[in-house]
Design a protein around this ligand. Structure first.
Ligand code: PMM
Length: 280
């Protein structure tokens, strides 16, 4: 899943694709580079970010979604707002990525149930400007899957089918670096729930905990660390990875697929391609 933030202020690519023409061009480039899905977002969720009025969010994302979908790209809409999700689906989006997992907008579950689209339910506790106050866990490896299970139950009660749901640990959202690393190291606690798992580690600040330099590496210099996480997450059974730099991470996923195929002793390259196709 390639990231396309049509925002002035996202932490890594904010401002780069803020006008429609540049955003559309970048979306097609992500797809050409090998992204199966392009995730279009119009509201930054970086820690401390303030909410964007829905009208503004719509104006940012809709023309981009429309052009990419018309050009044959599979588009996901990254939004917490039901009205934006609905409008994006009408404009051709075929997946809804909601970082709040339906908690921010009570109408989201109805829209998702009605449209029948695949729905990314990310682990979330509070809006971006408050979330780091909510980074307390008894045991993050149990608490996050537990809270996601409660989301699945509530969404099912509202008519969302389990087959629609993709789970996401929400790296960096109400989490400290040690929480992010623990969740990655125990990805099996999420995959064990039996639903596809999406991992969004790309360029996030927890990756800078790897460096022993006094100041953290800028976001665009975190791609090598991101790629390592992508390979490990894919090898651990992630269904998808959400990334800025598609070519490097596409190769990481292919390495993981080949690795898994190699482990089973199956033929090459057929078995690796099968692993990729099935998201295993
Ligand atoms: N992270 C961001 C935004 N949207 N969606 C999902 N499903 N998972 C994530 O981890 C996630 C997300 C923040 O990163 P960005 O500013 O680079 O888009």
């Amino acid at each position: 899943m390639g990231i396309l933030n049509v925002t002035p202020d996202s932490f890594s690519d904010g401002g780069l694709h803020a006008d429609t023409a540049h955003a559309v061009e970048h979306g097609f480039a992500l797809a050409a580079d090998g992204a199966d899905i392009v995730d279009v977002g119009g509201e930054s969720t970086r820690p401390g970010a303030r909410p964007v009025p829905e009208r503004e969010e719509l104006a940012r994302v809709l023309p981009v979604v429309r052009e990419l979908a018309a050009g044959g790209v599979r588009v996901s809409i990254d939004t917490m707002h039901a009205s934006v999700a609905q409008a994006a689906v009408n404009a051709g989006a075929s997946m809804v990525n909601d970082v709040s997992g339906g908690l921010a907008d009570p109408r989201m579950a109805d829209i998702v149930a009605d449209t029948g689209m695949p729905y990314v339910v990310m682990h979330w506790r509070a809006p971006s400007h408050l979330m780091q106050r909510h980074a307390d866990y008894q045991d993050v490896v149990q608490d996050v899957p537990g809270e996601l299970c409660r989301r699945i139950q509530e969404l099912s009660g509202r008519g969302v089918r389990e087959e629609q749901i993709v789970l996401d640990p929400g790296l960096g959202f109400a989490k400290r670096p040690e929480h992010d690393w623990a969740l990655l190291a125990h990805l099996s606690a999420l995959t064990a729930l039996g639903l596809p798992v999406l991992v969004g580690a790309s360029r996030k600040s927890f990756l800078t905990t790897l460096h022993d330099t006094p100041s953290p590496a800028p976001a665009t210099e975190r791609d090598a660390a991101t790629t390592a996480v992508s390979a490990l997450a894919a090898a651990a059974g992630a269904w998808g990875i959400r990334v800025h730099n598609v070519p490097a991470n596409r190769d990481a996923v292919r390495v993981a697929a080949a690795w898994r195929a190699g482990r089973t002793g199956a033929g090459w390259p057929g078995a690796a391609k099968e692993h990729l196709a099935q998201g295993r």
